[in-house]
Design a binder for this molecule. Structure first.
Ligand code: HEM
Length: 155
């Protein structure tokens, strides 16, 4: 079965919740990434420089927002076209920036876990369910897969 309108709506609705406190959820997202994979800290320029996770760091926020937002856009594309299409320039840049930062395929699972837990906390136990989790997971996996293919393609 393809990506349904219901799934798209679930992702869009929870992105709206995340948007209401980007500073808080960005921070939470990074805390979870480092909780799951403490070694990931050194890949991020803005984390390398400090002992603790910096509060209100624009780069930290930018990365979190990109992951949240691009996953939401992927959900829309999956429902509309049945696949995730990232523009060639964007995809090349994404492949490049991650390879250069030392990111490898298994890191995408870490970020996925952190993303799902962040959304769960943001929407709350009452609204979070398997269907919402599945929708985010599917949209993220398809996006991550496009980035990984690009990362593993020689220039
Ligand atoms: C940089 C997006 C997954 C680590 C970036 C940038 C974007 C981006 C757009 C460029 C800088 C910016 O605009 O903030 C994404 C998306 C992902 C993803 C959409 C998944 C769907 C990951 C994963 C890791 C990672 C799995 C590793 C745990 C990094 C690092 C940088 C970066 C280390 C360089 C940031 C810096 O040092 O300033 N990412 N990313 N990303 N990403 Fe990702």
């Amino acid at each position: 079965m393809g990506f349904t309108e219901k799934q798209e709506t679930l992702v869009k609705e929870s992105w709206e919740v995340l948007k209401q406190d980007i500073a808080l959820f960005s921070l939470r997202f990074f805390s979870l990434i480092l909780e799951i994979a403490p070694g990931a800290k050194n890949m991020f320029s803005f984390l390398r420089e400090s002992e603790e996770i910096p509060q209100n760091n624009p780069k930290l926020k930018a990365h979190a927002v990109k992951v949240f937002k691009m996953t939401c856009e992927s959900a829309i594309q999956l429902r509309e076209k049945g696949q995730v299409v990232v523009g060639e320039t964007t995809l090349k840049y994404l492949g490049d920036v991650h390879v250069k930062s030392g990111v490898i395929d298994p890191h995408f699972e870490v970020v996925k876990e952190a993303l799902l837990r962040t959304v769960e906390e943001a929407v709350g136990k009452d609204k979070w369910n398997e269907e919402m989790k599945g929708a985010w997971a599917e949209a993220y996996d398809q996006l991550a897969s496009a980035i990984k293919v690009e990362m593993n393609t020689n220039p």
